[in-house]
Design a protein around this ligand. Structure first.
Ligand code: ATP
Ligand code: MG
Length: 202
């Protein structure tokens, strides 16, 4: 049977191998560029992850722009925290949930007016990080022209990071992105009849 000393020696050897592998990968990652990140899937955690990156960026003194394409029913904590922050420019689409307005023409007009803010941020090289929250729905519903969106993303300043959230990210968006995470819905409290919780859900 393995003695504790042998177990420790085996662990040490495994950790040394792991460290060598990780160090090698870190040394090989030499490119520095603005990233396009897509957070998609049906599970909870897309917007909250995106705002987590925004918090990190603000912490480092970076200048950030946020455009929220669907305005929720509740005043979100992220808006309360960042809207008045000197490093953040925050724009919210001035309609409610799309299934509440039920008016395609006014939704398109609102999507286009909101997209104009995104386009401006994506052309501004003084903005380090742009968060386009719930943008994917504007493409799924056909409210925005996908070529116009892709072209603004492709032509943005090379050092600018962009984070896009929303379900059903399109194939072309996924192809263009550097980092894509699909969050699975394993379980959600709402489906067990639990109402939305301040701080956790909004
Ligand atoms: P979060 O903002 O909490 O990170 P999200 O951005 O991944 O969520 P959205 O589809 O934008 O998800 O939904 C926002 C709201 O819907 C949040 O209150 C969230 O808790 C809730 N929600 C997210 N995913 C689910 C789900 N699978 N079932 C039920 N409610 C969900
Ligand atoms: Mg969201």
């Amino acid at each position: 049977m393995e003695t504790p000393e042998q177990r420790n020696a085996r662990h040490k050897k495994a950790m040394q191998r792991k460290k060598a592998h990780i160090d090698q990968r870190i040394a090989a990652a030499t490119t520095d560029k603005g990233l396009l990140l897509v957070l998609t899937g049906n599970g909870k955690g897309k917007s909250s992850s995106a705002f987590g990156m925004l918090a990190r960026s603000v912490g480092h003194g970076l200048r950030c722009g946020v455009v929220q394409f669907i305005k929720g029913q509740w005043e979100c904590g992220e808006h309360l925290l960042f809207a008045e922050h000197p490093q953040v420019e925050f724009q919210v689409m001035n309609t409610g949930f799309t299934w509440e307005t039920q008016d395609r023409d006014s939704d398109i007009a609102a999507a286009e007016a909101t997209w104009a803010h995104a386009e401006r941020l994506l052309a501004d090289n003084s903005i380090d990080v742009v968060l386009l929250d719930e943008l994917t729905y504007m493409l799924t519903y056909g409210y925005l022209n996908p070529d116009r969106v892709l072209s603004a993303l492709q032509n943005r300043p090379t050092s600018q990071h962009v984070i896009i959230t929303g379900r059903n990210a399109s194939k072309s968006l996924i192809e263009l992105a550097d980092t894509v995470s699909e969050i699975n819905d394993v379980k959600h409290a709402f489906n067990a009849g639990i109402k939305v919780q301040k701080g956790i859900d909004y």
